[in-house]
Design a protein around this ligand. Structure first.
Ligand SMILES: [Mg+2]
Length: 572
């Protein structure tokens, strides 16, 4: 797990190397803050601390240590006043890149499968409003929730993907990579709980096995409306001083959300006003056509009904299709597949009659390209198509319906996470990088203070320094978090720049991940996609890299040098 914690910082280690040997010598303002916050800060602190020696705790003159750390902190604060110009020159992460968890050879992929909703289909943010309002109406009109619940409105600034709902305690939680509650990521209704309240409720911030059983993951794109509605209903009961069981709120909201999908309400709503909800996408058509031209086979596997998919595909691609049918792109089209049961059940396929809107009675033992099939299961699918697992890649947005099932079945998987593009753009911003670097520097100074000054030593200068460092660290965290989402921060990151539990699941089930399928157009169709070389599996597994040669005053380039990528090295 520690490997992934270091994945993002280490990705730019080569570029950092340039700054580590030249820019850093200029001090804090001389270009040492990099995109690679943990490395840069580690190295910055390393510079700060380079004259330090291993301290014999028994001989520590605490006053002296506090004074030294204070001096470094004051120096750092002066540098915090201005973002270094050098930040602009640091490499940026590609918002439309494909990121690789497991090596993938595209030349060995012969079959491309796609989910529809939020994979092929791009929706506007108005859709979450629509789902929220429809589900809210269902709660009041059908499940007899108080009329007062109708007053709440969808708030797109509140939810992020990948949260958990505690069915017993009624809290929405954001967990980190290790399953601990984020200090600022626990809400009861719309009220954020403080650390003390979290500890009173959960004992520690780490979620144990027993507590984990009561959590439900809210992982797909439709969960945005669900998260917001759960929080608003809980808040309504709290404000109205009504007794309620948190598990019923979840069950009822879940039921209402499922109703708007299964009844076709939301599908009809989208098709009635596609301009409002769907995003036209000529690039998607180019990508699908490119695959066909390269001899790849395509299939569509979705839980949505065919009329909805057909209407959406026509709308999204109509400007680019030029009279052709989108159907010609796909060898097999399967709708109402009932994923994730599709991967484990033995349901038979049924041929769907588009004109009559009914299912045929004959047995399905082959797939015809001009037909549509409903239901079915993976076992029959593989028997009919004879497509082998590793030659198939499946694109989807849902962790469990689109990624876990196919991954276990031996297909390769590509996670489509629309938020990724936006979040990478934020991570590329100078303000974010600067705050991240500040955070790590403060973190290191705090670590130094705690490790060298006895906790029993509570002189005023020490208490004052500790308070200031904590406040500065909290400010940096808040700055980073608010750049994403004021309530829960980023989808993939915790407030401290480490990976979230959602990132862990993506790492677990997706071979590759990107923001849109058409991002694959920026890569050769036969490309080999490799895991970045500098990802570590365990902290003690050090990797080596070549430093880029520096250009000296003479204009000659020095030879490349082998160095360890472990950021802690900089502290030694
Ligand atoms: Mg989907």
């Amino acid at each position: 797990m520690a490997s992934v914690r270091r994945q993002i910082p280490l990705r730019v280690s080569l570029m950092w190397a340039k700054f580590s040997t030249s820019g850093f010598q200029k001090g804090f303002g001389g270009g040492c803050y990099s995109q690679n916050a943990s490395i840069s800060s580690d190295q910055s602190v390393g510079k700060l601390l380079e004259e330090e020696h291993v301290v014999d705790v028994g001989l520590v003159d605490s006053n002296n240590e506090v004074a030294k750390i204070r001096e470094k902190f004051d120096l750092a604060k002066k540098r915090f006043l201005k973002i270094p110009d050098a930040l602009e020159k640091m490499p940026k992460t590609n918002p439309k890149g494909i990121y690789v968890n497991k090596n993938l050879r595209l030349d060995s992929i012969q079959v491309y499968g796609f989910d529809y909703d939020y994979t092929l289909a791009h929706y506007s943010s108005s859709l979450q409003n629509l789902i929220y309002d429809m589900a809210k109406q269902h709660l009041v009109n059908e499940l007899k929730y108080p009329d007062g619940c109708l007053a709440s409105k969808y708030d797109q600034s509140f939810p992020v993907r990948g949260l958990y709902y505690d069915k017993i305690k009624g809290c929405l939680l954001k967990l980190d990579f290790f399953g601990s509650i984020e200090p600022d990521g626990c809400y009861f209704g719309r009220r954020k709980l403080c650390r003390k309240e979290i500890e009173e409720l959960y004992g520690t911030r780490h979620i144990g096995r027993d507590q984990a059983r009561e959590l439900v993951g809210l992982m797909d794109f439709f969960c945005f409306s669900e998260v917001c509605l759960i929080a608003d209903i809980v808040q309504y009961f709290v404000d109205a001083k009504l007794e309620f069981d948190a598990s019923y709120v979840y069950q009822d909201v879940r039921r209402a959300i499922q109703h708007v999908h299964r009844s076709g309400l939301v599908h009809r709503g989208i098709l009635a006003d596609p301009d409002k909800y769907l995003v036209k996408n000529g690039q998607l058509l180019s990508f699908l056509k490119m695959l066909r031209e390269n001899g790849k086979k395509l299939f569509l596997l979705t839980n949505s009904p065919y009329y909805f998919v057909d209407g959406g595909m026509r709308y999204m691609l109509e400007d680019s299709l030029g009279g052709d049918s989108w159907r010609e792109l796909f060898e097999v089209v399967i709708a109402k597949a009932n994923k994730p049961d599709f991967y484990t059940s033995e349901h038979p396929f049924r041929c769907y009659d588009i004109k009559k809107d009914n299912l045929a009675f004959h047995k399905v033992d082959k797939f015809l390209p001009d037909k549509v099939y409903y239901h079915g299961c993976l076992k029959s699918f593989l028997q009919i198509t004879k497509w082998n697992g590793p030659e198939v890649i499946y694109f989807g947005d849902h962790l469990f319906s689109d990624l876990r099932g196919p991954s276990k079945a031996g297909w390769r998987t590509a996670a489509i996470i629309h938020e990724l593009e936006h979040e990478i753009k934020i991570q590329n911003e100078d303000g974010y990088r600067f705050a991240q670097a500040k955070f790590h520097i403060i973190q290191e100074l705090l670590g130094k203070l705690h490790s060298t000054v006895s906790s029993k030593y509570t002189c005023d200068p020490c208490k004052s320094l500790l308070g200031e460092l904590n406040e500065e660290r909290q400010n940096a965290r808040r700055t980073m978090r608010n750049m994403f989402n004021e309530s829960f921060g980023a989808t993939f990151l915790t407030d401290t720049g480490q990976e979230s539990a959602f990132a862990y699941h993506i790492h677990q089930y997706a071979d590759v991940y990107t923001s849109k399928p058409e991002n694959f157009m920026f890569y050769q169709p036969e490309a080999w996609l490799h895991v970045p070389y500098d990802i570590k599996i365990m902290p003690h597994h050090l990797k080596f890299r070549l430093l880029e040669p520096e250009t000296g005053r003479s204009g000659k380039r020095a030879p490349k040098t082998l160095v360890k990528t472990d950021p802690c090295e900089a502290l030694k």
